[in-house]
Design a protein around this ligand. Sequence first.
Ligand SMILES: [Zn+2]
Ligand SMILES: [Zn+2]
Length: 396
Amino acid sequence: MEMLQASISIRTVSKLPFCYIRKSNLFSLREVGPQLCSCTGPNSSVSRLMAKDEMDAAVCSRPMEIEVKRVPRPKPRGNEALIEIRAAAVCRSDISGYLGKHPLVTYPNILGHECSGVVAEVGPDVKGLEIGQEVAVETFFELCGRCPGCRSGQYNTCKSPKIIGHNVPGAFAEYMLANASFLHPKPSNASFEEAALVEPLSVAVHAVKRCGIGIGETVAIIGAGAIGLLTLQVSKLAGAVVSVMDVVQSKLAMAKNFGAELVVDASSRDAIAKMLDATSGEGYDYVVEAVGSPQTLRETTELARAGGTIMCIGFTGRDVDEISLGKITLQEMKLLGILGFCRDYPTSIDLISRKRVQLKPLITHTFSLKETEKAIRFVIDRPAEVIRAIIKPRSD
Ligand SMILES: [Zn+2]
Ligand SMILES: [Zn+2]
């Protein structure tokens, strides 16, 4: 009898090698062996799992390794909601997580944080949220509530946040748990794919607000990826005159379509001089760095005017970067950092509802959930072609 139980246990575990385990009121995806798992006896919940208690998920067990497998479908507790994911975009953080270079990402985990979906289930404390409601998910799962950032309302700088697709399971799955307080109604005129891009749009909104970009001011954007192109659109809405530089012609053409007054091929020899021409050589009021490379970071001080503001959205991932402090100090430039967004989702959703921004052209590729690793590799290998690749867990 004991032998029989042991073999059932091991077989069950080998089919379901991951368990959702509660740690400080959170689910985390943890690999468990048969001897460690307390829920694999023949009468246990795992053994009695039926198909509806499981889901497909792209599990990143360790860097550079993603496998789509059946895992237990999480149950919402407290103020949590279970979201049926309809669209999840592949962002640079997912790439860093996949490559093992993101400081916050834990393994095994499910990556993916730019997402939208439908409320499938709610925890007992959730109020004002209906099953079936279509939502855009803000990526915070839990904040400490005690640190200076949380207390001052600048919650994006929380010292110990739980963030979807980073240190709690994310959106490259059929279902995902979310904090109901960070769910926002999907604009009815937007597709789920577009609603997944509320996240990068909110980064652009946050950047423009933090800079204080206004009517008639000049903005230079380095990098015409999703963030650069969205910052261009939001800066235009604020009334700015915008120039964009990038090395990819198709992305520059898109920037032109979105209203850039000047686009410059960054690989051309006199790229900086061409950019400065638009300001009669004086430099820009604002320079937005949206690439995150040492070279483009150095270029920011060449493009800014005396007294101008440099906004660093791109991030090289290094502790110390080279930038001309001589220029920043002697020309009284301001250097601003940014960490995602904070209370910007409502603005982004309003802009989408009123058709003030174009998101559809940014969606260049779509993949199925089974193709998650292929999608991530595609974004890594062909950066010139991709603006945003979207993973769709179910085909409509
Ligand atoms: Zn992102
Ligand atoms: Zn905090």
